[in-house]
Design a protein around this ligand. Sequence first.
Ligand SMILES: Cc1cc2nc3c(=O)[nH]c(=O)nc-3n(C[C@H](O)[C@H](O)[C@H](O)COP(=O)(O)O)c2cc1C
Length: 243
Amino acid sequence: MSSLKDFIGWQFVQKTKFDRNTIQKIRPPLLHGSFNQKYKVSKLCFLPRPSKIDVPFSEVVSKRASCRTYIPRKISVQDLSNILWMGYGIREKKGNFYFRNAPSAGALYPLDIYVAIFHVATLENGIYRYNAYQNALEMIKKGDFSRELINGCLGQSFVGSGAFTALISAVFRRNMRKYGERGVRYIFIDAGHVVQNMILTAESLSLGACPVGAFFDNELNEIIGLDGEEETIIYLLSIGVRG
Ligand SMILES: Cc1cc2nc3c(=O)[nH]c(=O)nc-3n(C[C@H](O)[C@H](O)[C@H](O)COP(=O)(O)O)c2cc1C
């Protein structure tokens, strides 16, 4: 029988703990360089400005439940824009810093959001990257990637049948440059904040949503064209019209 200590996840948490004696001595090893994605952007699609959503917050939180059955009805690009903006859009600029709608350790924003579009009015189906600075979607690949996505998510069919599925990636270097190993903890915590914002926004728009953590990592990376080392998919969220 294995012991807790045999698990690398457990070892990771133990080895990245802060304590009063060592916190001042912990200096992450210097990690130089930046990372730029290598895929080609074929088209930039500007999103409508986010709009006001007037729904009682307590109702939104208490009604939320994961939804895995959708009908193939298109959502508006306004709804998509609202969900992305609430999740990871830019709230304000202070000096040289851009602050977003979800908290992020050190305001480093180590995540990127890709969307596989299936049923969104006025948008061609394909894979896009959310560009928060321009409130736009960068088209990376045109076409229907529902089959590839379902296969990459262990056959979970709802990831290919909603209006869109968001794929959240971690760009390790952005965060580990400052926080070293402990930064990896923060990346996953950040992802939870972003996805919860998006889920609650979907609920406030009467849409269904389900987060997804079961997937073949590198199969999804290949769909987008990520290398899986500098940047890798860590979490997904499917959203659509409830069936
Ligand atoms: C990190 C994480 C990963 C998840 N992965 C999946 C998944 O791969 N497939 C799925 O159907 N649901 C997934 N879920 C949804 C949970 O099954 C769901 O939240 C849980 O059953 C509680 O139900 P509720 O969301 O309706 O309250 C995931 C949820 C989280 C937070």
